[in-house]
Design a protein around this ligand. Sequence first.
Ligand code: PLP
Length: 383
Amino acid sequence: MNLEDTLLMMPGPVPVAPRVLRAMSKPMINHRSTAFSDMYDDCRQILSDIFNTKNDIFILSGSGTAAMEAAVGCVTKPNDRIICIENGKFGERFKNIAKRYGMTDPLVYEWGDSIDLSQLEEKLQEGAKAVTLVHNETSTGILNPAKEIGKLTKEYGALFIMDGVTSLGGDLVKVDDWNVDIALVGSQKCLAAPPGLSIVSVSQRAFDVMEDMERMPYYLDLKAYKKSAEKSQRETPYTPAIPLFYALQEALHIIKEEGMEARIKRHCTEAAAVRAAVEAMGIEMLPDLNEYSHFSNTVSAMKAPDGVSGNDIKKDMLARGIVIAGGQERLSGKIFRIGNMGNVQPKDILLTIAELEIVLKKRGILSRVGPGIEAASDILDKL
Ligand code: PLP
C-alpha cells in the first residue's frame, strides 16, 4: 500500500497539510533564543483562543497521555480522593494514572453509556480533591457533558481535570466558562499537527493546590513549565521537540485562517453527515445517549452490522485505501469508527461513505450502493 495514497479517516493521527510537513524541515534553532520564544508565544496565543481561556498554557513534548499524567500527577497526593469518570477507554486510562498518584473513586459506566450527573453529585458530597473527565470519549464516540460537570465540580470545591484530546480544536470547548482547572489536548487530533506534543491549560486554583504538594513529577512538573514560560524566559524547562513545534505553529495558523467558528461548524456538519449516512444504511450508533450527552462531532462509533466484524470492515476499507478504526479492547470486533478530525474535507467524507457502502454490499449487508452517499451529501451541501 502506498502510504501517500492512503486516506486517514481514523480518530488520530490525522492527515497533516503539506505546509505543516514542510515546516518540520526547517533548520534547528537554539531553544534558548528569541526565535524559539517568539514561536512558543505565538502558539500559546492561538491556543488560548482555541481553549477559550485566560489560564496559562504550556506545550509539552510528549503525547496526550503525558499531559494526562502531568494534570493528575501535579495535584494529587497519596491520600487524595480523585473521582475518575469512566465510560470508555480513555476515562479508564485517567483512572489508571490517578491510581499511581492517589486514591481513586471511580464512577464507572459501560463503555458507550452516558454519565448520570446525580451519581457524580453523590460522590462529590463525600468530598473529593478532583474530578477527571474525558470530554470526547474517542473509544465510543460519545460527547460527555463537560459544562454541567464543571459546574457541579466547582460547587463542591473540587478541581476539574478535563481531557479534551479529541474535542479541542474541532469542537466547542470553553475552559473558563466551564470551570476547567486543567484542560489538555494532543497535537495529532483536531489540531491536525503530527503526533508528539500535548498542550495543557492550568488555572490559578490548580497552581494554588500545587503549592501544597510534597512531591511533583519531575519531567511533567507544571510549576516548572510556568516558571520557564514567564516573560523573562518564554521557554520550556527542558529541550522541546523543535521540529514538532514548527509543525504545530503552522497547523495553528491554518486553524486561525479558517477561524474556530467555521472549523467547529465543519466538524459538526461532517459528523452529522456520517451519522445520517450510516442510518440510511441501517447501521446503529454505539452511544446510548441521555439528556446531557451527545454524539461526538469528531469521531463516530457504529455497531458492526450482524454477520460482520468491525475489524473486517476496517480491513476491507484499508484494502481500498481508507484507514478507519475498529473497536478497542472489549469493543474489538463489535464496532467500527470513522474520524473527521482536523482538516478533513466534505469530499473525504463522501469518498469514505461510498467505499463503506461498497464494502458492505460486497459482504452482503447492503443490497445497493447509494443511500448513504445521498444522505451524507444532503447534509454536507449545507456547508
Ligand atoms: N485521550 C483521548 C480522548 C484520546 O483519544 C487519546 C488518544 O487517542 C488519548 C487520550 C491519549 O493520547 P496519546 O495517544 O496522544 O497519548
